[in-house]
Write a protein that binds this ligand. Structure first.
Ligand code: MG
Length: 386
């Protein structure tokens, strides 16, 4: 390994910033509240650093000291597969210390470090298929916030605004148990009907509803979406039963997309494809173990002649969508009538996914994963380091 750079140190820096809008539920006037984040820093033997940002609870001091540092320090920067094999082996029996959201940050920081060393954006190292990708607008969940997504009419009005913004596709997230009465597929269908009536046939529509419907409720929902010309149905039932998804896929014409949340990284996606449980595969870097398992899942789906849609927004997701032609869309959001998505939180120099008027997002040429970190801001707002 003469001349090969090795990882020399691993550090976490806790810093204060303002909450981004992604995944925040809308609280009018409070969507920019203060929050602490953690920056995972890998430094190699030439002084090059690679970064990943996460919540402090997935990058705690004991995790870093007892697991992450021993797995990474002294390892070759370009030896990612060997490092990850050891991470996965250690995860067995250590899930509390190495959950997927922690492994994700290790993986993203490794990719970021490699790409910065090579002076290339990660999306190009992953395959570099497309310098620009179409985005769909991914709405926040239905809610009970005045001016929010309270009823089918609100979804329709928001869909019109999103289509005028340039989006060629919109995915509705309808109501979850926290809001109002128990979710009802008829209420979801009413929102989908209202959105279709509002935007017409020129905008693609998808649905990600309440995740705990029965098979029969999911079936009636899917059949209604077929009539409305929806592009896909996502996670209407708990994904813990692959058999339920196989049954649903067998009984619907509309593509069922998944799984989004099950454990097992790329191997679980292969199982779902082999079982006929899905028509469009799905995985995300945040809860699927990072960029590497997603890349494997993309190639697996491609090998079966299947698309694989990447779950969630952010720099790693965007890089994966641009890497191959296997994903049709980048999921941009989550979006809400009362929430400003376009202004970056102060620790970022720019948002990672600027939307052009034609509904596409250009990829950055900046070396690394494409997070646009403002390291000066992070240093100035550092609260702890370990
Ligand atoms: Mg989803």
């Amino acid at each position: 390994m003469a001349g090969q750079p090795v990882i020399e140190s691993v550090e976490v820096r806790i810093f204060s910033t303002e909450r981004g809008t992604v995944h925040a539920q809308p609280v009018p006037g409070q969507d920019r509240g203060g929050v602490d984040l953690a920056l995972l820093v890998l430094r190699d033997s030439d002084g090059q650093e690679g970064y990943a940002v996460g919540q402090p609870e997935v990058l705690r001091p004991a995790q870093l000291r007892d697991h992450i540092a021993p797995l990474l320090v002294g390892r070759p920067v370009f030896g990612r597969e060997a490092i990850l094999a050891d991470v996965y082996r250690r995860q067995r029996g250590q899930q509390a210390h190495l959950p997927e959201r922690t492994i994700c940050r290790i993986d993203v920081a490794l990719w970021d470090l490699q790409a910065r060393r090579l002076g290339q954006p990660v999306w190009r190292l992953l395959g570099g298929a497309r310098p620009r990708v179409p985005a769909y607008a991914s709405t926040m969940r239905g809610d009970d916030v005045p001016g929010g997504l309270t009823d089918p009419r609100a979804f329709a009005d928001f869909a019109v605004a999103l289509a005028e913004r340039g989006y060629r596709a919109i995915k509705l997230h309808t109501w979850h148990p926290a809001y109002g009465e128990e979710p009802d597929p008829r209420r979801d269908i009413a929102a989908c009907q209202a959105a279709r009536d509002a935007v017409g046939p020129r905008v693609e529509l998808m649905l990600d509803p309440y995740h705990w419907y029965s098979r029969t409720d999911a079936l009636s929902l899917g059949r209604a979406l077929e009539e409305l010309g929806f592009l896909w149905l996502e996670e209407p039932m708990a994904e813990t039963s692959m058999a339920a998804y196989r049954w649903l896929s067998d009984n619907l014409r509309i593509p069922v997309v998944g799984p989004e949340t099950v454990a097992g990284r790329s191997q679980a996606r292969a199982d779902w494809i082999a079982a006929g449980a899905t028509a469009i595969s799905r995985i995300g870097p945040l809860n699927g173990g990072g960029i590497t398992p997603c890349l494997k899942a993309l190639h697996t789906a491609d090998s079966f002649g299947m698309n694989c849609e990447i779950h969630g927004s952010g720099a790693a997701s965007l890089a994966l969508v641009a890497a191959t032609n296997v994903s049709r869309w980048y999921e941009r959001g989550m979006l809400h009538p009362l929430v400003d998505y376009e202004t970056p939180p102060p620790h970022l120099r720019a948002i990672v996914d600027p939307l052009d008027p034609d509904g596409t997002v250009p990829l950055s040429e900046e070396p690394g994963v494409g997070e646009h970190l403002d390291l000066d801001y992070i240093e100035a707002h550092r609260k702890a380091a370990y």
